[in-house]
Design a protein around this ligand. Structure first.
Ligand code: GLA
Length: 393
């Protein structure tokens, strides 16, 4: 659907005043999975699929939200006096949480807005539609009210909203990638210090392909929080044994053997092992990319998936079928990306065979799983921003 058609068909909602337009990308993580809440290094990039907002000013203190993707929820209305979470508001809670946080932080927001949302990220696919929406709303508030807040603080606020208002105990990777990305770069982010580097995503003869299992990440939020709790138990055991570290990812691979003897519980041991080794793989993967060693990069992606499947146990049959099929069909690397339990894989494939690989994996997946997978070649994006007319051409 064309952007202008979406606006034109919702003019009764927006009114005829000046309409401002915004875009916020989704993200895909290349490597460094489930370690952004352990102070680890991660390597995501923003993609050109994401969430749009079309915004007009209101005279009163109400925020009116409408999503052209979720028409069934209708128009959601909340006043500046009460932005509290309500089940009935469904997707609009992500937006309300951002407004509430901005007000709580003391930013001057005296009147409301009409905000029409349109997203082209596949839903529940693990490409960060929620972070995309949160950072989008933060950007809208900054621009519409001319607020003195920079992107890094919008990113931090979005993470707090996800943790405290929505209740998912996520790390900062998604919001950071959505807010801080640049086109043709991936973000090498230290999630402990928030130091980061934008690394050119030069893939030589290779292409990155996202494959969507079309399996909704149901249960993922509760399982996500459960993994964190399991790691916390391991951290407590190590701290009681007087092992000194701030974050799990401070522990080096070379020290793993000695600390692993201290944790009898096999499951907890596995979770800790994943975090320590995944952090190491991320450092090595960024080095491999810098030296255009795509075979090494792909191998690290494979090892990452195997660890997420066997040690951290956040994969699922659909993801594994995709990964196995990509590998069997010649991908240099294939792994699940994001929280897991469904969602997408990210795959590194030689460009000259990408067409055939996708064709074969598509057939294989349909045969084995019984429903179709979708495929997208990765196109990178800048972080969330207000769109100028030339951006919309
Ligand atoms: C979700 C969370 C992120 C991160 C990933 C797993 O996307 O929102 O913070 O933990 O899962 O790497």
């Amino acid at each position: 659907m064309k952007i202008q058609d979406i606006i034109d068909s919702n003019l009764d909602f927006l009114g005829t005043k000046e309409i401002n337009k915004y875009f916020s990308p989704g993200r895909v993580n290349l490597i460094g999975e489930h370690i952004d809440y352990h102070g680890g290094n991660v390597f995501p990039t923003a993609i050109n699929l994401g969430t749009y907002a079309f915004v007009t000013k209101r005279e009163d203190n109400e925020f009116h939200f409408l999503s052209s993707n979720f028409k069934k929820f209708g128009k959601r209305v909340a006043s500046l006096e009460d932005m509290s979470y309500k089940n009935i508001d469904n997707w609009a809670n992500y937006a309300k949480g951002m407004v509430e946080s901005f007000v709580d932080m003391g930013y001057s927001i005296k009147s409301g807005l009409n905000i029409l949302i349109y997203g082209n990220l596949p839903n529940g696919a693990g490409l960060s539609s929620s972070a995309s929406l949160e950072v989008l709303i933060g950007t809208v508030l900054k621009e519409e009210y001319n607020l003195d807040i920079d992107m890094i603080n919008i990113v931090k606020t979005a993470k707090i909203v996800e943790n405290e208002y929505i209740g998912v105990n996520c790390g900062i990777m998604d919001q950071f990638a959505v807010g801080m990305s640049e086109v043709n770069k991936a973000i090498y982010l230290n999630t402990d210090t928030l130091e980061y580097e934008l690394v050119p995503l030069e893939l030589g003869e290779y292409t990155l392909v996202i494959a969507n299992t079309n399996k909704k990440r149901s249960l993922s939020d509760s399982k996500y929080n459960e993994r964190r709790e399991e790691c916390d138990k391991g951290i407590e055991i190590l701290k009681n044994e007087n092992i000194k570290f701030n974050n799990l990812c401070d522990i080096l691979v070379k020290d793993y053997e000695s600390i692993s003897n201290l944790i009898d519980d096999k499951i907890i041991n596995n979770r800790i092992k994943h975090a320590i080794f995944e952090n190491d793989r991320t450092v090595k993967a960024v080095e491999a990319l810098r030296s255009s060693d795509f075979i090494a990069f792909g191998k690290l992606m494979n090892e990452s998936h195997d660890s997420l499947r066997d040690l951290y146990e956040v994969s699922c049959r659909e993801l594994d079928v995709l990964v196995d099929s990509f590998r069997a069909n010649g991908a240099a690397g294939s792994r699940m990306t994001g929280a897991g339990f469904g969602g997408c894989t990210i795959n590194l494939v030689k460009t000259d065979i990408v067409h055939d690989v996708i064709k074969n994996v598509k057939k294989d997946y349909l045969n084995k799983v019984g429903h179709k997978a979708d495929f997208y070649k990765v196109k990178t994006s800048n972080g969330a921003k207000k769109l100028e007319s030339e951006d919309l051409l």
